[in-house]
Design a protein around this ligand. Structure first.
Ligand code: CA
Ligand code: ZN
Length: 295
């Protein structure tokens, strides 16, 4: 297996030199730092001392041979192995409660036996997920703290072991990178951080030739999901729903009206995060109602 660990990027960009080039179908092991570049790992590490130029690092990028604009990159997450402790913050000007809270609070939380030990009273089962994951956009450079059509900082709890993500390839090689693992995070990420933690991620990167999608899509054993980001939640809701509708319309032998009915009856519209520069939502469609659907 190919292993990478020694390169952090802070923007998804066509100009990033690949740290590794692999044939399609190659498993890769990726070591990631937490979203603070591991600067808050001890109780005495203070938020005030943070170097903000090193926030939201992603490891990579990886160039996948044969990936060209007009193709899709499929990323299958096989494993997310967590470090032994993570960091969570809350406080003034951070997230939805930032206007109410005073000061900034940091907590280092050990992980033991699959649980995050919040304190002596409260243990939380871990649900490892990847916050930042994506490919280089064709034109602009997008900082790794911002989500978009290229993926990026989507902070989607479904980006977890067993899931596959699909991104349109926009530059030769796709230039895939990921980072910002959370041991656990609630939908919305309302305090602006999950349980931020270094990790080791095993993925398989595959090129799907000659196909494209409306925006980032996720598939797991149970469902298809369209992911969309926008400045306003309502615009993100509209985009995720429309993207799912178009995805289904070109794959199901059903009338438009019926597809909308099914989406209304069994589809789930959910928040990914509501605290990043763009907000991210997902539309989930259970596979059992759209069995003939393939990429
Ligand atoms: Ca994040
Ligand atoms: Zn994070």
């Amino acid at each position: 297996m190919e292993v990478i660990s020694d390169r952090s990027i802070y923007k998804f960009s066509a100009g990033n030199e690949p740290v590794l080039q692999v044939p399609s179908g190659t498993p890769v092991r990726i070591h990631t730092k937490d979203c603070f570049s591991n600067q808050l790992r001890r109780p005495e590490d203070k938020m005030e001392a943070l170097d903000w130029d090193r926030i939201n690092p992603a490891t990579g990028p990886i160039s996948v041979e044969g990936a060209e604009p007009g193709d899709i990159l499929k990323v299958t997450i096989q494993k997310i192995e967590l470090d032994e402790k993570g960091t969570v913050v809350s406080g003034e000007e951070l997230g939805i409660l930032g206007g109410i809270l005073k000061d900034v609070h940091t907590k280092i939380i050990p992980i033991r036996d699959g649980k995050a030990i919040f304190d002596s009273r409260t243990e939380i089962p871990v649900r490892p997920m990847i916050g930042v994951i994506g490919v280089a956009p064709e034109r602009e450079e997008i900082n790794t703290g911002t989500p978009g059509r290229h993926g990026g900082n989507m902070d989607n709890t479904m980006v977890a072991e067993g899931a596959s993500l699909y991104f349109n390839v926009e530059v030769p090689g796709a230039l895939f990178a990921c980072g910002d693992v959370h041991a656990v995070m609630g939908d919305g990420e309302i305090g602006v951080s999950g349980l931020e933690i270094p990790a080791v991620i095993d993925v398989v990167l595959e090129v799907v030739k000659g196909k494209s999608i409306e925006g980032p899509m996720l598939e797991n054993q149970d469902c298809w999901s369209a992911i969309a980001s926008a400045e306003d939640l309502e615009d993100a809701v509209q985009a995720a729903t429309e993207n799912m509708f178009r995805f289904l319309k070109s794959r199901l032998e059903r009338e438009e009206g019926e597809i909308a009915m099914l989406m209304s009856l069994v589809g789930q519209l959910q928040f990914c995060q509501v605290v990043d520069p763009l907000k991210t939502v997902r539309f989930i469609m259970p596979k059992q109602y759209v069995e003939e659907c393939v990429l």
